[in-house]
Design a protein around this ligand. Structure first.
Ligand code: GDP
Ligand code: MN
Length: 389
């Protein structure tokens, strides 16, 4: 689960990570009032959407008067903001954060994510902060310094000091920077976060260390023990299909290809997506209907897949183990009665009761392309999608 910058900054503030003073505004007039309330010369109006890269898309504006704040907010609120992370449709801005401006001496990067290689959350810092940390990671990875967190203890003070020194900070700012890093570690562990990013972490002209941006994602599987985090959820920022799937008890992740996938089992779903790619196509989604899917769930799954306008064909790949093939076939037939399956449907069934499942599908009169194995199914789905597009 993701949260907004202003929400992450509130968590930062409580955890002892310095952030600029800020006021949330939902109208241009509120933004103008917020500018006056902050009382400084320079302020920043920042669009609040879950995607990053807002600076590049015009979602971060420096302003020097209440009128400028109002204008900047008026341009952002209600309009879609397109950034390198939103996709071409962008994300509609509903509120802006108006913050006291910071005099930047240098922009650093600080982030924590789970390093799967060492199996621990790892703090990463770099002198190359600002907007393009992905480029730094790809081209000059030696400029990113890391320390792994002990999950019981967090970031130890010697680790924090080592990172702060290696950033080449002025002597008077090292203690503060190390403190920020340890606070980040504590907050990350305490909230079961999966990602935390401060880009940029700023040294200002007074030698203060300030988190100018804030991003936090949380482990969905741990949300049950963080009701205070769940309250921060903004459903408008989430993919509507993903939310619907969650309600139906399905594991669905939207992707940008043209072949809708319905598979039982996460591993088989991954294998199916790989095989589609191998056959020259692109999956429109990841979907694991689980081991014990009901006819209702299969119907819900078809509805979700078909509501994606990019889908040109559907590939159903079911291995009947716990789940029997005839039950799945019945689910497909029930779904076909309820929803109009408007694109070619390729079905590959294998496993328990496969003969009965195939007989049911063949005798149903529904237009189904049957496949003998996964490679065959993927090839047929790619061909059908190509013919449709
Ligand atoms: P992002 O583009 O979504 O990552 O948004 P950020 O919050 O990181 O802002 C983008 C850039 O705007 C930062 O890297 C800064 O260079 C600039 N910026 C943001 N706030 C301030 C500020 O208070 N003062 C100045 N001078 N620049 C700022
Ligand atoms: Mn940023």
């Amino acid at each position: 689960m993701k949260i907004h910058e202003y929400q992450a900054k509130e968590l930062f503030r409580q955890a002892g990570v310095p952030v600029p003073r800020g006021v949330l505004a939902v109208t241009p007039d509120e933004a103008a009032a917020a500018y006056a309330e902050l009382g400084g010369e320079l302020a920043v109006v920042k669009a609040q959407i879950h995607a990053g890269g807002r600076g590049k898309g015009g979602g971060v504006k420096l302003v020097r008067s209440a009128d400028e704040a109002r204008e900047a907010a008026a341009a952002m609120i209600g309009a879609p903001l397109i950034t390198p992370q939103t996709g071409p449709e962008g994300q509609v801005v509903k509120r802006v954060l108006v913050e006291a401006g910071t005099d930047i001496a240098h922009e650093y990067y600080a982030g924590i994510t789970v390093d799967r290689a060492c199996g621990r959350p790892t703090l990463m810092v770099s002198t190359e902060g600002g907007m393009d940390i992905e480029k730094v990671a790809a081209e000059t990875p030696e400029k990113i310094l890391t320390e792994a967190l002990d999950p019981e203890i967090g970031l130890r003070s010697y680790q924090a000091r080592r990172l702060a020194y290696s950033l080449g900070l002025p002597g008077g700012s090292i203690r503060a920077a190390a403190g920020v890093m340890q606070a980040m570690g504590r907050l990350f562990l305490a909230t079961d976060a999966s990602l935390m990013e401060i880009n940029p972490l700023v040294l200002d002209n007074a030698g203060e260390i300030i988190a100018l941006d804030a991003k936090m994602n949380f482990d969905d599987n741990a949300l049950f023990r963080h009701p205070e985090i769940v309250e921060l959820r903004d459903r408008d920022e989430e993919d509507a299909r993903e939310a619907e799937a969650e309600e139906a008890g399905l594991n669905y992740i939207a992707l940008d290809g043209s072949i809708g996938c319905m598979v039982n089992g996460a591993g088989l779903a991954m294998g199916t997506m790989d095989t589609i790619q191998l056959a020259g196509g692109k999956p429109a989604n990841f979907l694991d209907v689980g081991g014990g899917a009901t006819a209702e769930q299969v119907t819900a799954a078809f509805k979700i897949i078909l509501s994606d306008p990019h889908v040109e064909a559907i590939l159903v790949n079911i291995f009947g183990g716990i789940m029997k093939c005839d039950v799945i076939a019945e689910g497909i037939l029930a779904a076909a009665k309820e929803v109009d399956i408007s694109v070619p449907l390729v079905v590959r069934l294998e496993g328990t009761n496969v003969e009965r499942g195939r007989d049911l599908l063949e005798g149903s009169g529904i237009d189904i392309i049957t496949a003998s194995d996964l490679a065959d199914a993927a090839a047929k789905a790619v061909e059908a999608a190509g013919a449709e597009a």
